[in-house]
Design a protein. Sequence first.
Length: 286
Amino acid sequence: MSLTIPSDLLAQLHAGLASGEIVPYLGPGALAHVTHKVTGKPIPADSNSLILAMNNGQPMAPRLMYEFPRAAMNVELKRGRGVVNKFLTTTYDSDDWTESAFHAWLAGFNPDYVIDVNRDIQFQQQWAGTPHILVVGIARMAGTAFRYRLYQHDGEKYAEVSNESVDSSLPVLFKPMGTPRPNPDFIASDADYVDYITELMGGFSIPPFLKARRVGKRYLFLGLRLNRDTERMVMSDIIYDCSTGPAAWAVIEEPTAKERRFCARMGIEIIEAPLSALLGEALEAA
């Protein structure tokens, strides 16, 4: 039996998304209804499905199945970093996936700041005709102290820009784990995450204008499980300087004890319901 969200909380969340007070933070569950137009197979999004897709549908050793970054590190060490990046680019740089009703619903709020830790292009497609800034996470790159690339979209195409020339009044899509478009960059292996998180903690993975914009924001975690240290470390630093009481809400249908403890410590209120309870007919129509 599906759980529901109290109408007053639902109205508060919708109003916060529309005003920009609440920032949506998308995890793998946001892609749950996206499938391949020809085969009907779901898009690989969570750790397990990504590992299987990277390994031609076959499970890897149990210690590698624990988490995608660990499996990607193993592939990188054996076959090179380019193999992992090629897999992610081939998987996500495609128009063969169905349009996500979830992303269309979210775009309808005209948010001014969206964080998406998936590596797909669904929200970029929603904003294909909307001027915006794209912040893409990078790792292990020589010649720069920063761990991001900045792109500005003029409503037709992207152009790379600097911190000094970016139009910070535009809405922002932050893709910390990367995207294939306009240029493929990904945070995938353990080595990538170590470098990225280290610089994230030092303040070099988020542009200055975005650090200013995020002060006092609240967050709504959608499709994100909080039972892995990697995801939790990335999230904790990205939402730094957030508001309080609560700092965020997490829509998790069946939270684990570990997730409950972490959320209580972080000031995150768990909403025990499926995403469909938040979206209603928008998701059911997918």
